[in-house]
Design a binder for this molecule. Structure first.
Ligand SMILES: O=C(O)CCC(=O)C(=O)O
Length: 311
């Protein structure tokens, strides 16, 4: 593997130029992407949720790390970031060769606490299939799926620094140029670079690049806002219909509703039949956001209470 540096670019770099770097390196840092006032709003929205979040409890997620999700339901300022036009343009440019529609895949604030050890290097596309397994994950390798994943780019991620990101406090460690290595290769330590950034700067990285959270040997928390996008025809990692259910999604920006999954994802992906009222035809997902759609209730015997039972 040819050793590469982690490239840094201004926030207004055209998406075609960024997509080229991402294609080659799998990662790039955008400097000062978010204004200080937007950053302050994100922090204000998230702080109570981050403070209350319990620690992860597994080898992959860490034992001194907290992961605060459901950010589209919880934070107006995170919603603004998720549909920021420069980001959406980049998502469309980079993932466009592999899909016609795109969706949110993960939304998480990741806080690495003092004393946390380094996360195992991984590729985020392993959410669908992987050859190298974390010790605590049930092995479910599908070789066909694993091969398919090597032939496409299914995912594009952003990690916005909410605190300083330093080598000492657990900045994401990433191996630029590692996108085409075999899944089971041991990526050498020297290939990894700490994505050091100031609050407001952002690491953009693909589902194919090896990376992981660094060890936090400092006395301070490292907090990053992670928003991932995926092609519209694969299942979301973080189930957005549950993390941001229709009661909340109905009041959001239509573009965000679409990214959450409340829109058809292809010629016939994602339609549904409202359980009530009886008699409805197949509906596009947006229908679930309309007022007046009955909340289904079950009778004691487990059958749906239709309201059209005979007395
Ligand atoms: O927090 C980070 O820097 C990276 C986290 C990560 O890669 C993950 O949890 O999949």
């Amino acid at each position: 593997m040819k050793q590469r540096e982690l490239q840094t670019r201004p926030a207004d770099t055209p998406s075609n130029d960024l997509a080229e770097i991402l294609e080659r390196d799998g990662c790039v840092v955008l400097e000062d992407f978010v204004s200080q006032s937007h950053l302050a709003s994100i922090n204000r929205d998230l702080q109570p949720f981050i403070d209350a979040t319990m620690r992860s409890k597994n080898n992959f997620g860490g034992f001194k790390t907290t992961r605060t999700g459901a950010l589209m339901a919880r934070s107006p300022a995170c919603r603004d970031l998720a549909i920021e036009p420069r980001i959406l343009k980049l998502v469309e440019t980079f993932l466009g060769p592999y899909a016609n529609t795109f969706q949110l895949h993960v939304t998480q604030a990741i806080r690495v606490l003092p004393g946390e050890t380094a996360q195992m290097p991984h590729r985020d596309r392993w959410a669908w299939s992987q050859l190298q397994l974390p010790p605590d994950v049930e092995p479910r390798v599908n070789p066909v799926l694993a091969k398919l994943m090597t032939e496409i780019e299914p995912q594009l991620n952003l990690m916005l620094a909410l605190t300083e990101f330093t080598a000492a406090n657990g900045a994401t460690r990433i191996a630029p140029g590692s996108t085409r290595l075999a899944d089971d290769v041991q990526v050498p330590e020297e290939a990894f670079v700490a994505a050091e950034m100031s609050p407001g700067s952002m690491l953009i990285f693909t589902g194919s690049v090896f990376h992981g959270a660094g060890a936090n040997t400092s006395q301070e928390d490292r907090i990053g806002l992670n928003i991932d996008y995926a092609v519209g025809w694969l299942r979301q990692e973080d189930n957005q219909y549950l993390s941001c259910p229709p009661e909340i999604a109905k009041d959001l920006d239509p573009k965000l509703q679409e990214l959450l999954g409340y829109a058809v994802g292809g010629p016939s992906l994602g339609y549904f039949t409202p359980p009530l009222p009886a008699g409805e035809d197949l509906c596009p997902p947006q229908r679930a956001l309309e007022d007046g759609l009955a909340t289904p209730k079950l009778k004691p015997d487990g059958q749906l209470l239709t309201g059209i039972e005979k007395n």
